[in-house]
Design a protein around this ligand. Structure first.
Ligand code: 13P
Ligand code: 13P
Ligand code: MG
Ligand code: MG
Length: 366
């Protein structure tokens, strides 16, 4: 039986700044999905990290389905309405258009969706990050799906050993989706050459070459391309199927122990370490640090079992402590050099105006 998993996330308002949504928003969104989703959903789970809410929906309607997308849009509108009533910050922040037009893609929310022929013991991860952008998943997914130093399954399992096909999107091309397909291991260096640029090239999908099945779906929304101005970072969400023809759960999680530096953090304009946290964690220090949460699910005929919070384990306390050190280390140099994003990626125009105003005060000597 073909099942579709849709993970739709949006920031529709939060308490005390860009910190976390309110309990009332979450409760009303859950009520709405239970009430209105009956006809089309098999199951659902609502979670949050930082100021972002994610709806995980299982159904049989396929990818990009109008009814599913409308339901998600309406659920976020309910959340935004509560946020407004409660006077929360950025109420409706990611709902960039007034009217629903068939698909939430292009309206603000981030979407990761995939259809699957359910395997016996279907297992998958929902990963969601706040105060960063979709490129934050480039390195972890490269390591989990293409590097045997991280994913021993690539040399131990003949099926995984056939490699994976990566679909990479150029998110600096708002006119149309500009994508390229590269296969690991043959195209490894080409893949690395693209993925090193977290701001521009983003993994959208990964397929198993052994089975042809899709393993990964990642949101690639670029809010700036939709709104034409800074409206918050494009905090990403991803679905990752695990085990059998795919990396094991632990192989997918392993790269997050690096707490690698990603774009985002304060005002979406800095660089900070990606800290793995429990679901529902708020952000704090310097509107960050950038955070990633992970929930593991099993699925039978679309019914979800779990979740298990994969970063709720003593091991990750040590990683979090290291991430905090890395955050403080880079923050010590303030605005200087790589601590702040390059001009083209800054989410505010103030600095460009400032530099333009200084132009006439420059003089040529000699
Ligand atoms: P605003 O620019 O909407 O105030 O949001 C950015 C922010 O709060 C930075 O901390
Ligand atoms: P969000 O994108 O999570 O709303 O954060 C915006 C921001 O500017 C934080 O400083
Ligand atoms: Mg926000
Ligand atoms: Mg956010």
């Amino acid at each position: 039986m073909e099942i579709t998993l849709s993970a739709v996330k949006a920031d529709v308002g939060s308490i005390g700044g860009h910190i976390r949504p309110s309990e009332e928003m979450l409760a009303r969104i859950r009520d709405f999905l239970s009430r209105e989703g009956g006809g089309v959903l098999i199951d659902h789970h609502v979670t949050h990290v930082g100021d972002d809410i994610c709806l995980l929906l299982s159904h049989r309607e396929g990818v990009g389905n109008r009814a599913i997308h409308r339901l998600s849009w309406e659920a976020f509108r309910v959340g935004a309405r509560i946020a407004k009533e409660e006077g929360l910050y950025g109420a409706g922040q990611d709902l960039l258009k007034d009217a629903f037009s068939g698909n939430v893609r292009g309206l603000g929310p981030g979407v990761a969706e995939l259809s699957l022929e359910e395997r016996p013991g279907e297992a998958f991860l929902l990963l969601m990050a706040d105060k960063t952008s979709p490129g934050a998943f480039n390195l972890p997914f490269y390591l989990a799906f293409a590097d045997p130093m991280t994913c021993p399954g690539l040399i131990l399992s003949p099926r995984l050993g056939q490699g994976f096909r990566f679909t990479v999107m150029d998110v600096a091309h708002p006119e149309a989706d500009r994508v390229i397909e590269l296969s690991a291991p043959e195209d490894l260096y080409d893949l690395a050459a693209l993925l090193r640029d977290n701001d521009r090239f983003v993994i959208e999908r990964i397929h198993s070459r052994a089975s042809g099945e899709q393993a990964v779906a990642c949101s690639t929304t670029r809010l700036r391309n939709i709104a034409g101005r800074y409206v918050g970072k494009d905090d990403p969400v991803a679905l990752v199927r695990v085990q059998r023809d795919f990396p094991a759960t632990g192989e997918v999680l392993a790269p997050f122990a690096i707490a690698h530096y990603v774009p985002g953090f304060m005002r979406g304009s800095h660089v900070g370490p990606l800290m793995p946290v429990r679901a529902g964690t708020a952000v704090s220090f310097f509107d960050g640090p950038p955070v990633v949460m992970g929930l593991a699910f099993s699925c039978h005929q679309g019914k979800l079992a779990g979740p298990v919070d994969v970063f709720d384990h003593p091991f990750w306390d040590w990683v979090r402590a290291r991430a905090a050190e890395k955050a403080c280390e880079i923050r010590r140099q303030g605005f200087s050099g790589p601590a702040m994003l390059p001009m083209a990626e800054l989410e505010y125009t103030g600095i460009a105006d400032r530099l333009t105003a200084l132009e006439e005060r420059f003089s040529l000597r000699g």
